[in-house]
Design a protein around this ligand. Structure first.
Ligand code: PEP
Length: 249
């Protein structure tokens, strides 16, 4: 399975900084990497980044979307609007959305279905908090988020679905799950995906996210069922992002 290295910029970068990032990353990606590379900039930078990367294989996506097609939802963006801007993918249920914006599993489920129906590749995030890990609830939490997020999903529709396992305690903290800890949860996620989706569950990439850096990316992505990574902080700088991309060879 081809690895996927995805960069989540969160609420970072101005248009000038993004253009400079694109120029430098394009330079670094000669020769072309063997991994797929996706970048998730803030909404207003999507069109410019689609243009900046148009001659490369890099895909651009949104960091969130609303499940409705259109209407009176001030501040929200639909799947069709993301597609119209040139996005091909969307992150759904990132832990910051769940924790800071109280996004529920039920909303995540609606968004995943709406993204798939519209033709956007959803990257659905799951992961436990530190308290949940320390109380031995990691697998319960991760598997219940997975089941709820994929509830009543049509198995035939999931070809473009990606899952990201992101332990909340490892996001932006500099504390990475060890490759063994990541592999343990990825194996559980794979088993559950097969149970929920049958054969289709075997082909879905499971990304690891949480303080991935150039010096730990290779080891993480060499583990079974760690099919790539979702990178926050280290995706903001073209040098460190390229270091991770080429660690996925
Ligand atoms: C993320 O936001 O998905 C993430 C993993 O962040 P960081 O790499 O900064 O921990």
């Amino acid at each position: 399975m081809k690895h996927l290295v995805a960069g989540n910029w969160k609420m970072n970068h101005t248009s000038r900084e993004a253009a400079e990032f694109a120029r430098r990353l394009i330079e670094k990606m000669k020769p072309r990497p063997s991994a797929d590379v996706w970048i998730f900039p803030p909404f207003m930078l999507i069109q410019a980044m689609v243009k900046a990367f148009e001659k490369s294989d890099v895909r651009i996506g949104g960091q969130n979307m609303h499940h409705e097609k259109k209407g009176a939802f001030t501040g929200e963006v639909s799947a069709d609007q993301l597609l119209d801007a040139g996005a091909k993918a969307v992150i759904i249920g990132h832990s910051e959305r769940r924790q800071i914006f109280q996004e529920t599993d039920a909303q995540v489920n609606l968004k995943v279905k709406a993204a798939l129906a519209a033709g956007l590749a959803p990257v659905m995030c799951v992961g436990e908090t530190l308290a949940e890990r320390e109380s031995g609830r990691t697998s319960d939490v991760v598997l219940s988020q997975l089941r709820a997020g994929l509830k009543s999903i049509d198995r035939k529709s999931v070809a473009t679905l990606e899952i990201a396992y992101e332990p909340v305690w490892a996001i932006g903290t500099g504390r990475t799950a060890t490759p063994a800890q990541a592999a343990e949860v990825h194996a559980l996620v794979r088993k559950e995906l097969r149970e929920i989706l049958g054969d289709a569950g075997a082909g879905i990439r499971i990304l690891y996210g949480g303080s991935v850096k150039p010096d730990n990316a290779k080891d993480l992505m060499s583990r079974p069922d760690v099919n790539g990574c979702l990178v926050g902080g280290a995706s903001l700088d073209a040098d460190s992002f390229a270091g991770i991309i080429f660690g996925a060879q």
